[in-house]
Structures are given as C-alpha cells and as structure tokens.
Design a protein around this ligand. Structure first.
Ligand SMILES: Nc1ncnc2c1ncn2[C@@H]1O[C@H](COP(=O)(O)OP(=O)(O)O)[C@@H](O)[C@H]1O
Ligand SMILES: [Mg+2]
Length: 244
C-alpha cells in the first residue's frame, strides 16, 4: 500500500505540491490526471524517493520513503518499476540487453534472464525482436519494449509517466490496452500519471485529479459521471465523456 500524506514540494518560489493526500491500496490501479505542468512527474518521483519533499510523507508498505538511507531506498526500489516519459532505451544495446538490464543489476543467471526476457516480450506482443536495436523500432514498439523492461523484474508497483504522449491515437490506444493487461496481472498495483482522460478511465480502477498542487477528487472509473469538481468534469467533457 502507498500512502501519501500532506506532501509539499517547491522549487524556488514555485510551489508545485501543496499538501497532496492519496492512498493507493495493493492491487488497485489508479490514474492521476492533471494538466501539463501540474506536478504529475514531480509527484511520481516522490513515490520512489527520487525527490525529497519539503514536508509530508510517502509510506510504502509501512515504511516512510522520505526518511530512508540510500541503501534502504535501493532495496525498496526493487518493488517498483518506473516507465519514464520517453521510452528511455539505450541505443547502443539490443532489445534483449535493454530488457535484461534490471535483471543483470540484480544478479540473475543468464538462463533465468533469457526466459524472463522472452516472457516479457511475449506479454507485450513483440516476440522475436531480441536482436534489433532501438533505432530499428517504431515509436510504439519502443514504448512496448519500455513496458517489457518494466515488467521483467516482476515488480509490485508499476509506475507510468505519460506512456502514450507523442504517439498517434491508434498506437496510443494499443499501449493503453497493454497497460490495462499489465495492471490486471496478479499482484500488480499500477500508478499511471497522464493527461489522457480516456486512457486513464480505461486502464485504471480509479482516477484522481491533481489540480493546483492538491488531489481535489478521487473517483471510481466506472462511476466517472458522478464526478463533482468542475475541473474533473471539464476533463471528462474534453474527452467527450460528459455533455457540456
Ligand atoms: N527539478 C526541478 N527543478 C525546478 N523546477 C522543477 C523541477 N522539476 C519540476 N519542476 C517544475 O515543477 C512543475 C511541475 O513539473 P512536472 O511535474 O514535470 O509537471 P507535469 O509532469 O504535470 O507536466 C513545473 O513548473 C516544472 O517546471
Ligand atoms: Mg510530466
């Protein structure tokens, strides 16, 4: 379980997070919506301890991430996979080596690596491309390789930062389908940050809106039409999900 309690973060004079509160239960998949520049990436980086808050806590499975030493943080991060906004693949490495990387860092045997990489590629529908280099892949394929690398270590928490941004609508939808499939896997808790309202509703059990530095509303995706805040209703309208 992830509990974010009264989280504050500023950069210079700019207050980005102004008291964020949110609870994410195990096995629950949540999408955090927000406009560009609202602090979605900043929020996600706090969850894995890449940023330290000015105030507040991030409790992961009972441990306050904001108070951990580097070594303990490293250990905790083994439970997480983070899909960065770009695919963030290494151009000089094959698809196989890119996906294998998290396993190599953890000292897996070559046999185990091989079977897990194959399994991960199967999950993202990209069997047989182990020996290609990122330059030989389309944008959508790169994203899928990024997802394969995220799932290969069998994390408990799967964090995605705008995984569909920059893709054409059909490719973006394929990625959303894949995210939903990964989120539904046994023992996975998905946390997606996005400005794509349709993708958020489709992939996740709940949606939360980050607005002006706070989470102003959390609702179940299937009850989106009950959204109360004008800001969330506006998001829903923008996706054609509510009338004007
Ligand atoms: N390391 C940083 N130093 C200074 N300002 C930052 C830093 N990271 C983010 N910001 C600022 O915080 C705000 C929120 O950024 P971000 O979380 O990237 O937005 P989003 O992901 O919602 O588009 C932006 O105004 C951004 O310029
Ligand atoms: Mg961002």
């Amino acid at each position: 379980m992830i509990e974010i309690i009264d989280l504050y973060k500023s950069f210079g004079d700019k207050e980005v997070l102004k008291g964020v509160n949110l609870t994410i239960k195990d096995g629950e998949d949540i999408a955090i919506l927000g406009k560009s520049g609202e602090g979605k990436s900043v929020f996600l980086k706090h969850v894995i301890g890449l940023l330290k808050p000015d105030k507040g806590s991030v409790i992961v499975d009972g441990v306050d991430v904001t108070k951990l030493s580097k070594r303990d943080l490293y250990r905790l991060r083994k439970n997480f996979s983070y899909v960065f906004q770009g695919a963030a693949l290494f151009d000089s490495m094959t698809v196989y080596e890119n996906i294998a990387l998290p396993l190599r860092e953890r000292g897996f045997s070559e046999n185990e690596i091989k079977s897990r990489v194959e399994e991960a590629l199967y999950l993202v529908d990209l069997e047989g491309i182990e020996n290609l280099y990122p330059a030989e892949l389309s944008g959508g394929m790169k994203k899928r390789v990024g997802l394969a690398r995220a799932i290969v270590s069998r994390p408990k928490y799967l964090l995605y930062d705008e995984p569909t941004t920059g893709l054409d609508v059909l490719t973006a939808w394929k990625i959303n389908k894949l995210i939903k499939k990964l989120n539904k896997m046994e023992g996975i808790t998905g946390v997606l940050v996005t400005h794509d309202i349709r993708g958020a509703l489709y992939t996740s059990d709940k949606i939360a809106l980050l607005n002006n530095g706070v989470i102003i509303e959390v609702i179940e995706s299937k009850r989106y039409f009950e959204a109360k805040s004008p800001e969330l209703r506006e998001f829903l309208e923008s996706g054609g999900l509510l009338g004007q």
